[in-house]
Design a protein. Structure first.
Length: 322
């Protein structure tokens, strides 16, 4: 019997592609070409499965061009690049990579928070530019992390990881807002108190966004929400572009209506709103929250395992539709 045909839509670790080749007839993308939707559709015409990353959109038009397709294995925990309803209607299984990136991403949320609150990149650029001539009492004076109030919007696995780091590691008071309240035992574990979104925005010294992207979470933070925040507050987005109205944020940063922001994700990335590139009080990173070698390997292996388990008839390991 011939092997199922799989497309690996972006470059991933070559040894993991080799592992896939033991099970499948694989078309890979070793040069990491960014295919257009049309190019992707042409490659999917004869494929039974595809390994995607967040940068391939799987929608009704793509599915219509892929009559044999049975599974899309996303190498990401977020799957807002999938039109899950269209996939379900077309009988296509979707999978993601939860859990394996939780701690790494929570670490990065904290790294970005610390870099932002303590003005790490701004001060490094100043030093590298040869502008450091003397010590002064207020040079790059930022805000404290220890003992401050951390407000987390989105209290899934990553949000809980950040809460624990804040409460247990830095003595922060942690408040959170989520679609639903956590069970009391989980709240106690995270030392986190549930509050309304408005109260969170008004009281937090640092606001961390960890909510999945959907139509309902689009522009969770816009001009009105930024206006509620303290002028000394920082905003950190490690969730998805589109959760924040980047244009409104650039205005708030320029006018110092909030102190600073740290952004790992952007509306329309890899493009970044030009106004964000010119304000000094923002730390910008290129969607790297899960980027450690062990975690990216674990994500790629889990995506591969989903494909293998699915075609073995064992069922997907981490399905996003049923
Ligand atoms: C995810 O897993 O959703 C990340 O954003 C991709 O690195």
């Amino acid at each position: 019997m011939s092997k199922p045909r799989i497309l690996v839509a972006r470059a991933i670790f070559p040894d993991i592609v080799d592992r896939l080749r033991e099970h499948f007839d694989v078309e890979a993308n070793p040069d990491d070409v960014i295919w257009t939707q049309q190019e992707l559709a042409a490659r999917l015409a004869d494929k039974d499965g595809v390994l995607t990353t967040g940068s391939q959109r799987v929608d009704a038009a793509l599915l219509a061009a892929a009559p044999r397709l049975k599974i899309c294995a996303n190498m990401a925990v977020g799957y807002n690049n999938f039109d899950v309803d269209a996939m379900t209607a077309a009988g296509v299984q979707g999978t993601n990579t939860p859990d394996v990136l939780t701690e790494t991403t929570a670490d990065f949320g904290f790294a970005l928070l610390m870099a932002t609150a303590r003005r790490l990149t701004e001060s490094e650029h100043f030093l590298r530019a040869g502008q450091w001539t003397k010590w002064s009492y207020d040079m790059f004076a930022g805000s404290d992390i220890h003992g401050s109030t951390l407000g987390i919007i989105g209290m899934g696995r990553i949000g809980q990881g950040i809460a624990k780091r804040g409460a247990h590691g830095f003595g922060m008071r942690v408040i959170y807002h989520n679609r639903s309240r956590l069970a009391p035992a989980l709240e106690a574990d995270c030392k986190a108190t549930y509050v309304g979104k408005e109260e969170l925005l008004r009281t937090a010294d640092h606001v961390m966004l960890v909510v999945p992207y959907s139509a309902a979470s689009h522009h969770t933070i816009g001009a009105a929400e930024l206006a509620l925040m303290k002028p000394t507050a920082t905003l950190i987005n490690i969730a998805r572009g589109g959760i924040v109205d980047d244009a409104a944020l650039a205005v708030a940063l320029r006018e110092q209506r909030i102190a600073a922001a740290g952004l790992d994700v952007f509306e329309g990335e890899p493009s970044v709103h030009p106004d964000l590139l010119t304000v000094p009080n923002v730390v910008l990173t290129p969607h790297i929250a899960s980027a450690t070698v062990p975690t990216r390997r674990a994500m790629a292996n889990l995506a591969a395992d989903n494909l293998i388990a699915f075609f073995d008839g064992r069922g997907p390991l981490t399905p996003v539709n049923q």
